[in-house]
Design a protein around this ligand. Sequence first.
Ligand code: AVJ
Length: 342
Amino acid sequence: MLIALMESTRTQILNPTFAQDILTGLSASPKRLSSQYFYDERGSRLFQDIMQLEEYYLTRSEYEILSAHKAAMLHLFQPKKLISNREEIQALTENFFEMIEFGAGDGMKVKVLLQHFLEAGAHFKYIPIDISGDALNGLITDLQETFPDLETEGMQEEYFKALNILKSRSEVRKVVLFLGANIGNFSETEAIRFLTHLRESLRPDDLLMIGFDLKKDPNQILAAYNDASGVTREFNMNLLQRINNELGGDFDLNGFVHYPTYDPQSGEARSYLVSTQAQTVRLSHVNAAFHFQAWEPIHVEISRKYDLATIERLAEKSGFRILQHFFDSRHFFVDTVLMSNV
Ligand code: AVJ
């Protein structure tokens, strides 16, 4: 497989991990594709549209949380080593923290915090981390225009690599933001592994704030992944289009239907692309072909919904303790601040 991949690499295959993951997922039984690959240029644009949808309550709920609790968040984030009789300059240095964001996107939500922190005269640096250089450069340029006084630096790295660089660079307090319910894309095992690794990349005094989408009326949750205007359908289908574009695929998008589910017990919203007929799909750039039976599904995404007991358990199993939950007025969503417990 790898040899076929190397030989057919002209300019088409820019990302061998993408090719390899797609081949592995489509060869598996049941078939699966990773939702991390939704976000090519068109997919990122479609996700921007999703965040505007009436049905997609997640973004607005988290926005409300950040707006309502920005002052309390700053209070929690600032290290409290200030001793009144010290020199002012020393107090400033000791209050300093680095706010690091995983997958910042367009920065819409974090701007609420940045604006408040700057107005409050907080001494901090904002460090967005993203593997996509384009997204990151766009964000940094935008932030420098919006907030000329903001100290900021983007890091185009894998999350943990970036954290390890930052950890070795200085001992100032780090506050890691993992917002937007992105943690929902992990299974429980993956989430525990991710958080444990994260804790090991931080110092005991550092903080982590995670956005969790909460369990609520299952009809409302399902609607968020099955909007009436069909944007989420396009977003899911775009993964097949991306495979066509980048791997020379011949997926017929009319031969698949978007099928989201929600299980109120596990809290898992799952999305499938289901083949409406028996068909064979070829990926010409990687010399591969995959057969689909009629009504065979490809699992493409988990968006897990949490309750507080599950968040507690997740924190405990990964060596964190919960400092504070910040809710929106409807308790649809929570931003939870955690600290190492070991
Ligand atoms: C960006 C992963 C949080 O799971 O709700 C939106 C992605 N998928 N609509 C989510 C998504 C379908 C979103 N996350």
